[in-house]
Ligand binder design. Structure first.
Ligand SMILES: *Cc1c(COP(=O)(O)O)cnc(C)c1O
Length: 390
């Protein structure tokens, strides 16, 4: 290392150097003229504040049309949507629901909420998404549903999942919260399973602060969900104002997904040159993934023993939004709550090694993407120093 590279600007920001991005990560949601115009027009005509207006029905129609399916039901969150899907499939006390041991915590808790028992299976080693190999053994006489979530830019091979599920007559809930509009094996994410789930939470690709939706062709499921959630008034509502803000984002989803995919591919190339970091791999499936998070694995050994948590802290200090992934579900819940099938090595490794980059970077410029790697290099070169000085 030359002395010039040790000047203050070259030090990682976490130990007093100048940040690669002093402005921090790109904001989300950003300024969006189409959303502003839509919201202003709803403010002007009063539709923003009504119980019932044109916007929710329009959004439901547009979502159904976009997914080429019969029904879209709007609701208050992705978590509520999963619960409603379970109820719509008549999952209840004593039943079992199979899901990956590495998944969004809310999915596990939704299974408990309806009184059922989560049965956890392992994920793929190279992309941390549900490995259908575990399903056969997990499905038993009490199995009433499978939840398959596409995570971190990796995808679940849905045709394999559906083949096993169909053979056993078990319905599939396809959680597409992390990739609205992704194309997996030629189908739009959320439309291969019996019911698809979306989230419109404040960090998601389609944002309304809160909100969610179910998409399905199952008219009976729709009927049961409506009966359950309508109690004189809607118990899990999405508001007209939220729908107003979502409609223009749905118009722009494909264009933005394409932009995110280009940047994700570029980042994937750049990471290929980095020892100790590996982007989640999808080469075994045909997919245009969505990127709510761009996932990659971290090898402590390639960073002089710097922990994943300290690496993420160091990246954030550089102005790059990197965070550890999910906790493995069997590690954070009481053993009495769930059943496991096979060993869950890959889920455990994902729990320990996965990092995620938040999506707004993927709508940025080439320079935004390159800055990610500049920050990684800087942290790697000073990994020992960071551990000594922190
Ligand atoms: C965000 C998310 C959800 C649901 O999120 P809400 O915040 O409840 O809308 C569900 N599954 C996955 C995989 C998610 O990332």
């Amino acid at each position: 290392m030359t002395s010039a590279s040790d000047n203050n600007g070259e030090l990682p920001a976490i130990i007093g150097g100048a940040a690669v991005r002093p402005q921090g990560p790109p904001d989300w949601p950003g300024v969006d003229p189409a959303v502003s115009a839509a919201v202003e027009s709803a403010l002007a005509d009063g539709t923003w504040g009504k119980y019932h207006g044109p916007h929710c029905s329009q959004l439901a129609e547009r979502l159904a049309e976009y997914h080429q399916c019969e029904h879209a039901i709007l609701c208050s969150s992705g978590t509520a949507a999963v619960e409603l899907a379970l109820r719509g499939l008549k999952v209840g006390a004593g039943d079992e629901v199979v899901l990956a041991a590495y998944d969004f915590k809310g999915n596990f808790q939704d299974v408990l909420t309806v009184g059922a028992v989560p049965v956890l299976v392992d994920v793929f080693a190279d992309n941390s998404n549900l490995d259908p190999d575990g399903l056969e053994e997990a499905i038993g006489p009490k199995t009433r549903a499978i939840i398959a979530s596409h995570l971190h830019g990796g995808v679940v091979p849905m045709s394999d999942v559906m083949q096993i599920a169909r053979r056993h007559g078990v319905p599939v809930i396809e959680d597409a919260c992390q990739m609205p509009g992704a194309v997996i094996e030629g189908r739009i994410a959320g439309t291969v399973g019996d019911v698809g789930i979306h989230s419109f939470g404040g960090s998601k690709l389609l944002s309304a602060g809160r909100g969610g939706a179910l998409v399905t062709n199952d008219a009976e499921l729709v009927q049961r969900v409506r009966l359950y959630s309508h109690r004189g008034n809607e118990a899990y509502p999405l508001s007209e104002l939220q729908a107003v803000a979502l409609l223009p984002q749905l118009d722009q989803l494909d264009v933005r997904n394409a932009q995110r995919q280009r940047n994700a591919d570029r980042l994937r190339q750049l990471l290929a040159d980095q020892t100790g970091l590996a982007a989640l791999d999808n080469s075994g499936t045909t997919a245009l993934p969505g990127y709510y998070k761009f996932g990659f694995t971290y090898d402590v050994g390639a960073f002089s023993g710097l922990s994943r948590e300290s690496f993420a802290d160091s990246m954030r200090a550089e102005g790059i939004a990197v965070d550890p992934g999910f906790r493995a579900l069997h590690r954070i819940h009481s053993r009495r709550r769930f059943r496991t099938v096979g060993d869950l090595h890959n889920a455990e490794r994902s729990d320990e090694c996965v990092l995620t980059l938040h999506h707004p970077f993927l709508l940025g410029s080439d320079e935004d993407i390159e800055q990610i790697v500049i920050a990684i290099d800087k942290i790697r070169r000073h990994a020992t120093m960071i551990q000594q000085q922190k």
